[in-house]
Design a protein around this ligand. Structure first.
Ligand code: F6P
Length: 559
């Protein structure tokens, strides 16, 4: 689908939004006072998620114009094209079918996407079955290492989408892990990462999953070689000598779309799990890239995660626009970014288990929508891709919330919380989860409604410090709640943000599925490498600043 994108700024909805934004002076206190139905009208459900958008900076006119904008840019048609397997990733000429990874095997014929005429669902479930069987063997102890011992630690080696999703979900689903079987993750080419992650591990009980869509990523292949060396060095002292190939076969499996390169690396293709070019790296948690997670939580729980993704896909595909949560949240982000001037967006989980969720979302949102040209190669017509960031509450409250409450910048924020704690604990009479949730509720309330000068004065505050203690309020938040952080709910949350990202990308007319912006740095790193190592010609090709930094490095490197 390569139709020229619609310029959102040329639509009649945009003209309405621009005039609504002019002199826009939101007053959430007043809006709530005047309109007792606001909360109910702006609270939605999607799967198991309850999403309260009533503390957003929108009134009915803005909302109506945003919904019209979605129509005018053709959101529904592009969404349909994605689900159908059309090649909407135009700069790489690829279909975009992460939604097929979570379709049930018995999905009806009209829901089975085709790529080049091929029904992809059979392939998806064939690989899933192999991943599940492998995971069961590891979990049961049937899969043993070179010494016959069972696996105790699975180390995923990958970076970007081949790391962030598995780590985030492994942390989030800690309560579902099998005891006695841990995962660790190596991503960075900083040798510290491999060194510290491997420290204390027993090679005889360690299994590596080399995860790389392309199997050409410098960081991952370097780390995989380091781990291979570590494994062979560690096993060499064993009685009876070491059959290196056999040891690698027992201790290394791979996940990739490039199975030929997996074989070249020395990993038995029998122990490789494939996926396809129509799965973007940052959309691949629910492909075989999740293998380490499947080992940790088991196939049954992973299937629940996939079902959660699918539930949100169905909501996104079928819910009417006015009640479609990813569409609404994506449109609100456009309103904040392009019409109200927000540059960042905070994601604040009130769940320690989601402590890697913001980092995961950074790749999803910023690698997808940080683009300056549209899918037809023309420049974008408005700002794109806000900076996503965040930390779990309550830690963030004692760090950066000051700026969100009283700073000069508009920072829309998503708050995420669960009715049930993963670990219910009492502090004397106090249910600690309730103390935690009180903070979640207090923060969204303070941000929305603030504190006036009169309210500050009424507390007996000295006049000179009244201004410093005023909270303007009208700082927008979305509150997302679910009963528990289950695998299914995690799948729904991730898919929610995937589709928010998609919605924004369509409005902006960009290809949210390529990532050319990471390539130049990779190329230059190859060029700079020899210069660092002392190659005079390569050094001569560098700019003066880079030459000076290399000189500093060479003078100071001691070990
Ligand atoms: O450099 C960016 C990127 O291509 C991401 O999109 C991807 O998730 C990551 O690198 C890792 O790539 P691979 O899985 O091919 O090793």
């Amino acid at each position: 689908m390569t139709d020229a994108p619609v310029d959102p700024t040329g639509t009649s909805a945009w003209a309405r939004l621009a005039s609504l934004a002019e002199g826009f002076s939101p007053d959430l206190r007043e809006w709530f006072d005047r309109d007792p139905g606001r909360t109910e009208r702006l609270t939605f459900t999607a799967g198991d998620l309850l999403v309260d958008l009533s503390k957003s900076l929108v009134d009915d006119d803005v909302l109506a114009a945003l919904l019209d904008l979605a129509d005018e840019v053709g959101l529904a048609a592009r969404r349909e094209a994605m689900f159908a397997g059309e090649r909407i990733n135009v700069t790489e000429d690829r279909a975009v079918l992460h939604t097929a990874l979570r379709l049930p095997a018995d999905a009806p014929a009209d829901r089975r996407p085709r790529v080049d005429g091929q029904d992809v669902l059979a392939d998806v479930h064939e690989v899933l079955g192999r991943v599940y069987a492998f995971a069961e063997r590891v979990r049961s102890g049937e899969w043993t290492g070179a010494t016959g011992e069972r696996v105790r630690t699975v180390v995923n080696i990958g970076i970007g989408g081949s790391d962030l999703g598995p780590v985030m979900a492994y942390e989030a689903l800690a309560a579902y892990r099998q005891e006695g079987l841990a995962c660790r993750f190596i991503s960075n080419i900083d040798p510290t990462d491999a060194a510290t992650t491997l420290a204390g591990l027993d090679p005889a009980t360690t299994l590596f999953v080399v995860s790389s869509k392309t199997f050409g990523t410098l960081e991952t292949l370097t780390n995989a070689r380091l781990c291979k060396q570590w494994l062979l060095d560690g096993l060499r002292g064993l009685d009876g000598g070491l059959d290196e190939d056999a040891a690698v076969a027992r201790h290394f499996v791979a996940v990739s779309t490039a199975l030929d390169k997996v074989a070249d690396f020395g990993i038995d293709p029998e122990n490789a799990f494939g996926f396809w070019d129509w799965v973007g790296g940052r959309y691949s948690l629910d492909s075989a890239i999740g293998t380490s997670l499947v080992v940790a939580i088991g196939p049954e729980r992973f299937a629940e995660l996939l079902a959660g993704f699918h539930a949100m896909d169905e909501h996104f595909r079928t819910a009417e626009t006015a009640r479609n949560v990813p569409v609404l949240m994506g449109l609100l982000n456009v309103w904040y970014t392009d019409l109200l001037g927000a540059q960042t967006h905070a994601v604040l989980p009130y769940s320690q288990l989601l402590h890697r969720f913001p980092a995961y979302l950074q790749q999803l949102t910023m690698e997808s929508n940080g683009k300056g040209v549209r899918w037809d190669g023309t420049p974008v017509t408005t700002d794109t891709g806000e900076v996503f960031w965040g930390e779990p509450g309550t830690n963030g409250q004692h760090a950066f919330y000051q700026l969100i409450h009283q700073g000069t910048r508009l920072v829309p924020a998503d708050f995420i919380a669960f009715a049930n704690p993963a670990y219910p604990l009492q502090d004397g009479e106090n249910d600690v989860h309730e103390l935690f949730l009180a903070n979640f509720l207090a923060q969204t309330r303070a941000l929305a409604f603030g504190k006036t000068a009169d309210e500050v004065r009424a507390e007996g505050t000295e006049e000179s410090v009244v201004p410093a203690r005023v909270f303007t309020g009208n700082r927008p938040t979305a509150s997302i709640m679910a009963p528990d952080l289950t695998p299914a709910v995690l799948g729904q949350l991730v898919a929610l943000y995937e589709h928010i990202t998609f919605t924004q990308g369509v409005v902006w007319g960009i290809d949210s599925f390529d990532q050319w912006g990471v390539e130049l740095g990779k190329q230059l790193a190859q060029q700079v490498g020899p210069a660092i190592a002392g190659d005079a010609d390569a050094l001569g090709e560098q700019d003066p600043s880079t030459r000076s930094l290399i000189a500093y490095y060479r003078e100071n490197r001691r070990r």
